[in-house]
Ligand binder design. Sequence first.
Ligand SMILES: C[S@@+](CC[C@H](N)C(=O)[O-])C[C@H]1O[C@@H](n2cnc3c(N)ncnc32)[C@H](O)[C@@H]1O
Length: 326
Amino acid sequence: MSAEAEAEAEAEYFSKDFEWETLRQEIEDNPSYQYHLLPFTCTPPSQQQEIQVSEDSKAWKRFHLRHSSGKFFKERRYLLKEFPELVSCKEFSKVLEVGCGNGSSAIPILRGNKDIIVYACDCSSETLERAKEIVHSTNIFAVQNRFHPFFCDFAFTGFPKWLVCDSCVESFSLKQQEYSSDVKEGGVADKSGSYLSRECGCCIGGVDFVSLIFTLSAVPQKKMSSAIMECFSVLKPGGLLLFRDYGLYDMTMLRFEQEKRVGFREYMRSDGTRSYFFCLDTVRDLFVGVGFIELELEYCCVKSVNRRKGKSMQRVWVHGKFQKPA
Ligand SMILES: C[S@@+](CC[C@H](N)C(=O)[O-])C[C@H]1O[C@@H](n2cnc3c(N)ncnc32)[C@H](O)[C@@H]1O
């Protein structure tokens, strides 16, 4: 496992080793980084973009085959500190972990709350198999009934209807309308403040949480908004979207050579997987743009030391929490 991945996995809650504004100034004043700041004008024709999307999943499949030892992503132990709602939520809450890899985020969630149910998808069946093996080899309480991995390329095909069917989506929006008119009249639609899912038999009635942990950056920039809309649709009203991903001017962005740029702040690694680096405004526009309410959004700036090379690395991640209106 690389030193960067390790630092990522171990970063502490409220890590603020340096100010993001200071880093921004440093980067923008440094002539050797200028190509990262230039506008990106080359837009491929739309047919090519569609082809590119399935190429993206193929690249991830190849990535997982190469790293099949399964240890590439380390368990993200900090996750429950960042998102304590995953512990304090009501019994049998449902989480959808999108782009679960080999379970780095799913495992701490299952471990931290013995009643939570995790649905986990990925566009690579190899990594899903690996995730199943790793999760089942832990001694987490009743894990066989609480971990449900499934194959899905959410940016390309959206989520399956068994997560939430059209009739439940309709009932969500009816309840939302009732709630907002009740609130306008000074009342509340539901005293508990929560929406009980209708167990209609054809779907699980939506989820209480969607986690997008280092997954959105892997989605082509042009597909991000529709991919987030998909996440919005599967959430129950009042549900939370938990977000963590690469931040603008993270050390790994500055390491990309000019020819790896495939868009503005978007890069493609030699293996064909891509990575986008988010600033807070982009994240805000994407999530609020599809109807989410922003609860938390900040940079997490961590100085970590590569022990082998004795070099200090400035890591930047974006932490966000968004709510679907109740
Ligand atoms: C950097 S890993 C993050 C894994 C995990 N969320 C974690 O916390 O470590 C990104 C994962 O997203 C998956 N992925 C990328 N694009 C996807 C898509 N369109 N649909 C589903 N999974 C995707 C990749 O296969 C990979 O496992």
